[in-house]
Design a protein around this ligand. Structure first.
Ligand code: ADP
Ligand code: MG
Length: 613
């Protein structure tokens, strides 16, 4: 049926409900209506391209496949026009007046599930065409189908329950949507405002988008092209454009997957870790796209927290297939994406570590801290991440690192645990008293220089069935060493340790002979087995001014050290002097452990000792 006079129609009940919500929403990101209308225009062009393959007889066959956006700030209008497939009169009724199509249907479903309270819903769903009514007093849709024998029509509505259709003299193929903006939405008739919105959401749409006759989208959706056609410079240019970056990317991963989800992803690791440089915590920066249209620039759950240093794009067609383009709500789907991408990126790092070791180590030096965070916090990926950690050790040269897997290959058959020591740098760990007992037994010790390492090691707990153990934890058991000549006998050790405990009183929890000392006379261990000296230092630093738990240490003495022999002799011959020496030995051990909290008594004692010289 076709008439020349305007015909009035009621919207379907569901559409009325939808429009009511859209119009009365106070949703702040109203700008997404532009994304929705441009996406529809692009879809219509895509459909035309498909139709051209099979149909010869197409109206205006030589029109450009492009989208033109024009603004008129005096008239307060924005117009989105395409030479796409167009709509017949019946299609206008069907597509714009009923709820048959996907996006809006999913929106209503979510609403009925209690989402009405969530004002974000519109932004997430987009609600397609109807989102125009967030900003419009009225919307006019001029459309002409590609079919030559159809007439052009104009569809008009103010969104309040009904719409009109009449024949139009404007009968070029495609669709032109004129949005008459509400008084307070005049901004969307400003060239500069619309430009930034188009650049944000529609920068990679495949058809040319012109705003007031100026081309907007010049960079291609590189992630959808085949890897071997793309030059390095193109990747770099894309990275700079998409991430608003000035550096060159350090690493990139371009991949696609079909199962369990269709994914095209292009991920970049930047050159520098800006968090390390002291800048603020990074925000997620891998944007989520569906068929080249941006859904979310900073999706929170697309990747785990510790991958927040990544930039780039993830595009999944399954987003609309499953529900709709805008159903970011669908947590399960995002979780699935998260899993696939994280796994793939970890595999990529493994390959890098194996095949491009130098580049990997450089990456690790800059971004390793994020991997440590992942190893400690991301239970799902922990096992994979641990393999990527690197440490210097007592067996590596300075500046060279080892993986835990390599450490394990060097372990002797009796060694059951993986040992590590935390300290500010190599020199301080090597000169401390904790390492020598391990060295004497050919036990490798990993060196950890970062404040978080202790925490990471405690959380990771084990690798390959071997417990990660702090070499300065008080419960480490080491095998017996040969007793050299002149060492204190068992009996003498017993006497001496008992005397030391009495002499040092409350300052020590326990005194015993050490199996981990070779050269040093003594060492101090935190009495709490789970608190290494390093950890205590950290807790103290964090707890500035707060109440302090009194320090309780175990003193371990070296029966092989000449000094201990001397103290043994002294403790009966000159008990007073022996007492001073004992106090000093404890302080020295505390200093080595970084645990000496007040040096004043030590200075007094040293003067007394010097008097006896
Ligand atoms: P969706 O895009 O999810 O299908 P929309 O509400 O955005 O939902 O659009 C509804 C329908 O209107 C589309 O499916 C399409 O058939 C039709 N349509 C909208 N804009 C255009 C256009 N520019 N050209 C042709 N058809 C269009
Ligand atoms: Mg749409």
């Amino acid at each position: 049926m076709s008439t020349a006079t305007p015909q009035k129609y009621e919207f379907q009940a569901e559409i009325k409900q939808l429009l009511d919500i859209v119009i009365h929403s106070l949703y702040t990101e109203k700008e997404i209506f532009i994304r929705e209308l441009v996406s529809n225009a692009s879809d219509a062009l895509e459909k035309l391209r498909h139709t051209q393959i099979t149909e010869q007889d197409i109206l205006d066959g030589d029109l450009e496949l492009e989208v033109n956006v024009t603004t008129d700030d005096k008239a307060k209008t924005i117009t989105i026009q395409d030479y796409g497939i167009g709509m017949t009169r019946d299609e206008l009724i069907e597509n714009l007046g009923t709820i048959a199509h996907s996006g809006s249907k999913a929106f209503l479903k979510a609403l009925s599930e209690g989402g009405a309270k969530n004002s974000n819903l519109i932004g997430q769903f987009g609600v397609g065409f109807y989102s125009a009514f967030m900003v419009a007093d009225s919307v006019k849709v001029y459309s002409s189908s590609w079919k030559k024998d159809e007439k052009g029509h104009v569809w008009t509505s103010d969104g309040s329950g009904s719409y009109e259709i009449e024949e139009s003299t404007d009968d070029r193929r495609g669709t032109k949507i004129v949005v008459q903006l509400k008084e307070d939405c005049g901004d969307y008739a400003q060239d500069s405002t619309v430009k930034s919105i188009l650049e944000r959401y529609s920068a990679f749409v495949s058809f040319p988008i012109n705003l007031n006759a100026k081309r907007i989208n010049t960079v291609q959706a590189l992630w959808l092209r085949s890897k071997n056609e793309i030059k390095d410079e193109e990747y770099t240019e894309f990275y700079k454009f998409q991430s608003h970056a000035y550096d060159e990317p350090r690493l990139r991963l371009h991949f696609s997957a079909d199962a369990p989800l269709s994914i095209n992803a292009l991920l970049f690791v930047p050159k520098d870790n800006t968090e390390k440089m002291g800048f603020s915590r990074l925000e997620p920066a891998v944007s989520l796209y569906c068929r080249k249209v941006m859904i979310d620039a900073k999706p929170k759950d697309l990747l785990p927290e510790w991958l927040r240093f990544l930039k780039g794009v993830v595009d999944s067609e399954d987003l609309p297939l499953n529900i709709s383009r805008e159903t970011m709500q669908d947590k399960a789907l995002i979780d699935k994406l998260n899993k696939v991408i994280t796994k793939r990126f970890l595999k990529f790092l493994e390959e890098q570590a194996k095949n491009h070791t130098d580049a990997y180590n450089e990456f690790y030096g800059e971004f390793g801290i994020f991997l440590k965070e992942g190893a400690a916090m991301d239970f799902a990926h922990k096992d994979q991440i641990i393999k990527l950690l690197r440490f210097e050790s007592s067996l590596t040269e300075k500046g060279k690192t080892t993986s835990l897997a390599d450490y394990v290959t060097r372990m002797g058959s009796e060694q059951k645990e993986i040992y590590y020591l935390v300290g500010p740098n190599r020199a301080s760990i090597e000169s401390g008293p904790y390492l020598e007992g391990f060295k004497a037994r050919n036990l490798e010790v990993l060196f950890c220089y970062e404040a978080v390492d202790e925490y990471v090691m405690n959380n990771v707990r084990e690798f390959d069935g071997k417990k990660l153990t702090g070499a300065d934890h008080s419960d480490v058991k080491l095998s017996d060493l040969d007793q050299p000549e002149g060492a204190l006998s068992k009996k003498e050790v017993e006497t001496l340790t008992k005397w030391l405990k009495e002499s040092l009183g409350d300052r020590v929890n326990e005194v015993k002979a050490s199996d981990r000392l070779v050269d040093s006379p003594a060492l101090a261990l935190n009495a709490d087995a789970f608190m290494s000296p390093h950890m205590r230092r950290m807790m103290k630093a964090m707890n500035k001014g707060g109440e302090e738990t009194p320090l309780k240490v175990n003193l371990e003495i070296n029966p092989r050290a000449a000094l201990m022999k001397r103290v043994y002799d002294l403790h009966t011959a000159e008990p007073a002097k022996a007492g001073l020496v004992a106090g000093q030995i404890l302080d020295n051990a505390l200093i080595s452990a970084g645990l000496l909290e007040d040096a004043t008594p030590m200075v007094q004692r040293l003067y007394k000792l010097l008097e006896t010289v």
